[in-house]
Design a protein around this ligand. Structure first.
Ligand SMILES: Nc1nc2c(c(=O)[nH]1)N[C@H]1C(S)=C(S)[C@@H](COP(=O)(O)O)O[C@H]1N2
Ligand SMILES: [Mo]
Length: 224
């Protein structure tokens, strides 16, 4: 409990853009809710749009690039068109933010992360994957076995539409079995590393293994 209280303060200190941009709107709500705004923002279908960066460039078919590098034999860079041309997988699961809000039965569609890892030829020394974002700030991580799961996507579509800019488009990560903070928005880099490098919220105390219902989110989070 003390840990979580400490976390709230840390999260706010580390997100000055958010505080500056939204404090008039939210008052102190963000103090208690560092990873998912408390529901005061206009949102589509139960989602809270969330960004720790104060502004994020818009990218589309002309200028979007996804790099796969690190401990791989064949580093690669994909355009949006190239990702769209690959086989697409569709998943329909509940989205669950660690702070409690959830959106049931949300379709995501995209390229299996494991396919991109196989194409890159992961070296035996690699044990983890680090994700970086073109917002310049956010990062995430998965162990290699987690990253190879069939319910982890490099998502191009969400709610049966191209992923919108606010939801992290044109390409975001979607880690279906974990809290939504694992699903990095504005995905631009996939780097194979030896060990897990904790991501943005993980450096601020949230669990690296963010299984819904089995990590340090809310005690009452449902186990879907
Ligand atoms: N780049 C980036 N990705 C991010 C975040 C962020 O602030 N920046 N927030 C995370 C958190 S805590 C949540 S709940 C979801 C919110 O996704 P949404 O804005 O599409 O609802 O994105 C996750 N991915
Ligand atoms: Mo979140």
């Amino acid at each position: 409990m003390l840990g979580m209280l400490g976390l709230g303060a840390l999260g706010v200190a580390a997100a000055p853009g958010l505080q500056r941009g939204l404090e008039s709107f939210l008052g102190n709500a963000a103090d208690e809710d560092p990873t998912g705004l408390t529901g005061l923002l206009p949102n589509g279908g139960g989602f809270r749009y969330y960004s720790v960066a104060s502004s994020v460039p818009r990218k589309g078919a002309d200028d979007y690039r996804l790099t796969v590098d690190g401990l791989v034999d064949r580093p690669a860079t994909y355009s949006l068109g190239e990702l769209r041309a690959m086989p697409q997988t569709r998943l329909v699961r509940d989205v669950q933010c660690v702070t409690g809000w959830r959106v049931p039965d949300t379709p995501f569609e995209g390229v299996l992360l494991s396919r991109l890892l196989d194409a890159a030829g992961v070296r035996p020394t690699a044990g983890a994957v680090r994700f970086t974002c073109f917002d310049g700030t956010y990062s995430e991580s998965l162990t290699l076995p987690q990253a190879r799961r069939k319910d982890v996507l490099v998502a191009l579509r969400m709610q049966d539409k191209p992923v919108s800019h606010s939801h992290g488009g044109p390409v975001r990560l979607y880690v279906a079995p974990m809290y939504f903070y694992k699903s990095a928005k504005w995905l631009s880099g996939i780097t194979l590393t030896e060990d897990v490098r904790p991501g943005y919220w993980e450096e601020r105390g949230y669990d690296v293994d963010a299984w819904v219902g089995r990590s340090n989110g809310r005690d009452d989070a449902p186990t879907t």
